[in-house]
Write a protein of this length. Sequence first.
Length: 183
Amino acid sequence: MTFGPRDVQTLLDHEQIRAGIAGVARGEDRRDADLIRASFWPDAAMDFGIFAGDLDAYLDWVVPGSPAVPVTQHALGQSVISLDGATALAETHVTAYHRVDFGAEEHDVVLGGRYLDRLERRDDEWRIAARTMLYDWSRDLGVAADWSAGLMGEPFRGDHYTGKANGDHSESFFGASRVAGQR
């Protein structure tokens, strides 16, 4: 089996698309507008069912996040990518964890769904031009565990083991680059 220049370019296109999709997830979890913005074209549109709008409105909604949702984690699954010239369609599975503060108690809520992204290549760069979220399932796991006390009865040896949207150990881990491979 031999690979030609077209095959190599297809692999590079797929990797750049996947990196952009992953950048959005990290940006949402860290509430970092620059990371999110780097993966979307400025004229992008999105529709999440509970929110629809342009990129600026989306950033205004997702970056500060709700104080009632102090922690999120978006775990991405497979992406099916269909390339057609300077346009691509991608479906990416996502499992999203949210710690939700209901006032008297916090709950762990998990949902599963798929991002449907239409991407465009402009000046040799792939970014998302439109995103729609499909929801496949949701589960309220009940009262959240207090991770600050440790794990399975054992205390943590330091305060940097628990994650949060802003100011956790991942910021110092990545330093100025903020995420490996960031453009």
